[in-house]
Write a protein that binds this ligand. Structure first.
Ligand code: KG4
Ligand code: ZN
Length: 349
């Protein structure tokens, strides 16, 4: 029987899309709240590989994961000064994501578990994003932030979550079609910008003098769902009708529409559920306009605002280790490798 260590050391592995990542964390508990210390974090991005093809090609991504995973994990262990014997748990992203990518990380983690006898903690990638702002918080800060409304905005998901406390949460709404990041990437493609388009659109928007006017989809709907596919089509028609329009004005107008919808619905949820704070995570949380808008609205409403530091916004393994720490805090029992399997459609429950 595996004995639960007091200050567990976690090796975390992430390979759900186009980043191969590994991290080593130790987890302490301060005032009964997990406090993780990151000993190492290594991310090998495949952006260069996919930018020539205008997006992630699953087969190409999986092959790159196979090539990168051993050096990345080995580098994370050595940078942490932590041999495999000192690891207590192997956390790995089990889903959601691209199945050819996911299985590389999952099967690698299982092989490590078989060889070392360390149990596995399968982690939901979305919980990784959800807990990513918690890494640098003090226990006293953490206790005061619930209930919290959390907005997860990534390339594959746009989800609004109500966290009653660090253990309990429920989904309030999500996108009914494209994710926010996906819409950024598609608009960038329409404008001939390189992949991934989100950061490019954000950068170009800053130099706009006359932002184009685009619709705010589902802004007034009573639920907490989102829709961004129609907005992308509106950009397509705008480009057809205004071929001379400045790309910066299109980027700024599109970004403003996305930010308006995301921020308005997040703040409405915060008010309805009496939230004490708002958190923002996922790749799109790197967007300056979105961050600044939510930060400002939270200040006006006297709510706390939390977002992951740069480096923890897009996919990484540190956030997977952090989510594993919170699973342990919820008394989750780590698994024997035989019971672990990748699930591309894993949901937030
Ligand atoms: O969380 P993430 O790394 O991967 C998924 O789990 O999907 O998010 C990637 C997404 C991409 O769509 C990318 O374009 C977007 O995050 N993104 C941004 C910015 N940085 C990354 N979108 C808007 N503004 C940014 N600065
Ligand atoms: Zn992600």
């Amino acid at each position: 029987m595996f004995k639960t260590p007091k200050k567990p050391v976690i090796l975390a592995i992430e390979s759900s899309c186009d980043e191969t990542a590994a991290a080593v964390l130790t987890v302490d508990s301060i005032n009964n709240f997990p406090k993780a210390v990151t000993l190492s974090s290594v991310v090998r991005s495949q952006i260069k590989l996919h930018s020539n093809m205008g997006g992630v090609v699953p087969e190409v991504a999986a092959r790159a994961h196979v090539k990168n995973i051993l050096p990345v994990v080995s580098k994370a262990l050595s940078a942490a000064g932590c041999p495999l014997e000192k690891i207590d748990y192997i956390a790995v992203t089990a889903g959601p994501g691209l199945i050819p990518s996911l299985i590389v990380g999952v099967e690698f983690a299982k092989a490590m578990s078989l060889a070392s006898g360390k149990p596995v903690i399968p982690v939901n990638h979305l919980e990784g994003h959800l807990y990513s702002p918690f890494g640098r918080l003090s226990a006293s800060e953490s206790k005061k932030m619930f209930p919290m409304v959390s907005l997860i905005v990534s390339g594959g998901h746009t989800i609004l979550v109500l966290m009653q406390n660090e253990k309990k949460y429920r989904v309030l709404g999500q996108t009914v079609d494209d994710a926010a990041g996906e819409a950024f990437d598609k608009v960038a493609k329409l404008l001939g910008l390189p992949y991934p388009g989100g950061p490019e659109v954000g950068r170009l928007a800053q130099s706009s003098r006359r932002p184009a006017d685009f619709p705010r989809p589902m802004l007034k709907s009573k639920d907490y769902n989102f829709s961004f596919a129609g907005l992308k089509t509106a950009v397509l028609y705008f480009l057809r009708d205004h071929p001379q329009a400045e790309s910066s004005d299109i980027c700024a107008g599109f970004q403003q529409a996305v930010v308006d919808v995301l921020a308005t619905k997040t703040m409405r949820a915060a008010k309805e559920f009496g939230a004490k704070s708002v958190s923002l995570s996922g790749g799109v949380s790197a967007n300056v306009a979105l961050r600044k808008t939510l930060q400002k609205l939270c200040k006006i409403s006297r709510l706390g605002f939390f977002a992951p530091p740069t480096g923890l916004t897009t996919d990484n393994a540190e956030m997977i280790g952090l989510a594993a720490a919170f699973l342990l805090h919820k008394s989750y029992k780590p698994k024997h490798y035989a019971g672990v399997k990748a699930d591309p459609n894993l949901q937030l429950k």
